[in-house]
Design a protein around this ligand. Structure first.
Ligand SMILES: Cc1cc2nc3c(=O)[nH]c(=O)nc-3n(C[C@H](O)[C@H](O)[C@H](O)COP(=O)(O)OP(=O)(O)OC[C@H]3O[C@@H](n4cnc5c(N)ncnc54)[C@H](O)[C@@H]3O)c2cc1C
Ligand SMILES: NC(=O)c1ccc[n+]([C@@H]2O[C@H](COP(=O)([O-])OP(=O)(O)OC[C@H]3O[C@@H](n4cnc5c(N)ncnc54)[C@H](OP(=O)(O)O)[C@@H]3O)[C@@H](O)[C@H]2O)c1
Ligand code: SF4
Ligand code: SF4
Length: 550
């Protein structure tokens, strides 16, 4: 039975190297890899060895026989890829780039312990004589893999095991709870390290720029995501679920994540790592319907096919497709599934997610609180080769107590680095800002792609850094001991790997006590206290047990 790639695939291509017959595509370097929504197994070539499952960090590959009913559409999706892209000229084995030997030892600072930062660290540590110090402004690493990925996507969160293996390698040092640009400056880092890689992500949100956006009840999906995922910056997000209908503007994967969580049966989330207050809020929620507004048509929907299949397979929530009466031209996997969903009959009384297309927001309505949103129908016009939405028809009011904008994330300026205000990224060439300063991940290429997309992105950046090292363009001043002393003086509450492991263990222990995967610590001070306790001898829990025995 062939193996099949399923929903949680994050496109990191670890399976490609593991496969003995090179039947997983598109592989890095092949056309379409950078844009691929997932990778696919060629059933005709798969020899059923299972090697890919061991390599996959998120349990995305399964034998055909182990698929659930909801996952069966992935069989066709994998096959369809090869029907459209035969890859006839592939080599018998995947091409593995050789590891180069740098001209000399090097010390690299990585700012940001999200996927891009950790993939960059992993790539650097493959090279003899290279050490990395990974900084993050929070005492906890993993960026959006911890604070973005939806709690009902626990398979995806398993990527944390891969990150834990990366951080356990010799030459890796964590310097968490250090905000570069606030606690320490770029010049101070640049002077002490051969290279500084910024992998700071894109944490801000984009605004709609329409009237009513500042009303109470109009917030960003970024806020809601950070709130339910326990990000310390978003715990005060004013999420009021005392309304029957929520409208989400934008139909990317983030919008689908939020729509799923707001319509989920809270009891199905108990065993996850959702933060405690959101879980309690969801238990008291009145939300019955979430309307996801796409300004363009079904064929242009920003959500990906794996996520749509996941949505279509929900057993306790109806998915309704509303095109305003326009027929769906079912000429792709995505439009065929949307057409099938459009034909389903909703079950009265069940919570529902409405995927509404060709509808653009005009203004958010209400006096002191959101009461609805005025929308207009759109038609598509081609502008510079892209189909854009243009308003047409009469405005219509959709009553709603909360309006969430989910129209993309946005990078913010990094002190000491150039910044492109239009794209919200740091201008770079193959990750190089200038010799000694580099970028990777969302701050490099914009807020798009999956966790694994950052792997090849970071590899490219590391390659640029090593080119500069070999060319003699990089220098670091001072010894390792000087560096340690400087950081300890500059940021007394720096959290190292032991500290992070103590936080991780503390959260898991709190969770295990009440049947949950983990109960996240929500305040930085609390995290630092737990980390500090580990530094001065054992975990707080271990000491409590010791004292109680005494
Ligand atoms: C809501 C959401 C859900 C997602 N779900 C999935 C999914 O299910 N599957 C999937 O494959 N992909 C998913 N993605 C995409 C994936 O999370 C991103 O591709 C990836 O996280 C980007 O990595 P990054 O390292 O560039 O940024 P981030 O993950 O944002 O990491 C940046 C890190 O830099 C730190 N930082 C920022 N500024 C500073 C500073 N000044 N000093 C020190 N540290 C700093 C931050 O604290 C953070 O830890 C999701 C994205 C979002 C937004
Ligand atoms: N499970 C997963 O794998 C997962 C989960 C979450 C996020 N991610 C990834 O993370 C990245 C970011 O996701 P995202 O959802 O934030 O962004 P996104 O995919 O870029 O989607 C943004 C959406 O906002 C719409 N939009 C933008 N400006 C608008 C405006 N002024 N008015 C109305 N609509 C507007 C876009 O419509 P147009 O298309 O018309 O511009 C699009 O529908 C994506 O690459 C995504 O795949 C992955
Ligand atoms: S089961 Fe073996 S042959 Fe099939 S895709 Fe996985 S690694 Fe390749
Ligand atoms: S997550 Fe990575 S290893 Fe797993 S199937 Fe996708 S590309 Fe392959």
């Amino acid at each position: 039975m062939p193996y099949v790639v399923t929903q949680s695939c994050c496109s990191d291509a670890s399976c490609v190297i593991a496969c003995p017959v090179n039947c997983i595509h598109p592989a890095p370097g092949e056309p379409g890899f950078a844009e691929a929504e997932m990778l696919y197994v060629d059933a005709a070539a798969c020899v059923d060895c299972g090697a890919c499952t061991t390599a996959c960090p998120v349990d995305a590959i399964k034998p055909h026989t182990k698929l659930t009913d909801a996952e069966l559409p992935f069989v066709e999706l994998n096959q369809l890829y090869f029907a459209e892209q035969p890859h006839a000229d592939r080599t018998p084995l995947a091409l593995i780039p050789s590891v180069r030997r740098p001209a000399r030892e090097a010390r690299v600072a990585i700012v940001g312990a999200g996927p891009a930062g950790l993939y960059a660290a992993d790539e650097l540590l493959k090279h003899a004589g290279v050490t990395v110090d990974v900084f993050d402004r929070l005492p906890t690493p993993y960026g959006l893999a911890r604070a973005g990925v939806a709690p009902d996507h626990q398979h995806t969160k398993k990527v944390a095991d891969l990150f834990a293996a990366i951080e356990g390698q010799p030459g890796f040092t964590y310097r968490l709870n250090v905000e570069v640009g606030a606690d320490i400056g770029h010049d101070e880092l640049a002077e002490r390290y051969d290279g500084v890689i910024y992998a700071v992500g894109a944490s801000a949100d984009r605004a709609l720029g329409i009237d009513g956006e500042d009303l109470v009840g109009s917030i960003s999906a970024t806020d809601v995501v950070g709130w339910y995922n326990g990000h310390p910056d978003h715990q005060d997000a004013p999420v009021d679920l005392g309304t029957e209908r929520v409208v989400i503007v934008g139909n990317g994967n983030v919008a689908l994540d939020v729509a799923r969580i707001l319509t989920a049966d809270p009891e199905t989330l108990v065993a996850t790592d959702i933060a405690s207050l959101p879980l309690a809020t969801l238990r008291g929620s009145k939300v019955h319907e979430v309307v996801v507004l796409g300004r363009r048509g079904p064929a242009q929907a920003a959500f990906t096919m794996p996520e749509l299949i996941g949505l279509a397979g929900l057993s306790d929530v109806d998915v309704v497709v509303d095109t305003g009466g326009e027929p769906i031209v079912a000429d792709s996997a995505k439009t065929r599934l949307l057409a099938e969903l459009a034909g389903r009959t909703p079950t009265p009384g069940r919570r529902r997610i409405v995927l509404r297309f060709c509808t653009a927001p005009v203004r958010i309505l209400g006096t002191d609180h959101v009461e609805g949103i005025e929308v207009t129908r759109t038609r598509l016009v081609e502008i510079d080769g892209r189909l854009e939405a243009q308003a047409c028809g009469e405005p219509e009011v959709v009553p709603a107590g909360m309006v969430l904008r989910s129209v993309g994330y946005r990078g913010t300026e990094v002190p000491g680095l150039p910044f492109d205000d239009v794209t919200g990224t740091v201008p770079n060439t193959a990750g190089r800002v200038r010799p000694g300063t580099y970028v990777a991940g969302w701050i490099k290429r914009g807020p798009n792609g999956f966790i694994g997309t950052n792997k090849s992105c970071s590899e490219e950046t590391v390659s640029s850094l090593l080119d500069d090292l070999d060319a003699g363009a990089l220098t670091a001043q001072g010894t390792r001991a000087d560096l340690d002393a400087w950081i300890a003086a500059a940021v007394p509450d720096v959290v190292d790997r032991t500290g992070w492991q103590a936080i991780d263990a503390d959260e898991r222990r709190r969770g295990a006590a009440i049947g949950r995967r983990r109960v996240k610590l929500l305040e930085v001070d609390e995290m630092v206290r737990v980390a500090r306790a580990a530094r001065v001898g054992g975990t707080a829990h271990g000491r409590r047990r010791l004292f109680s025995r005494v």
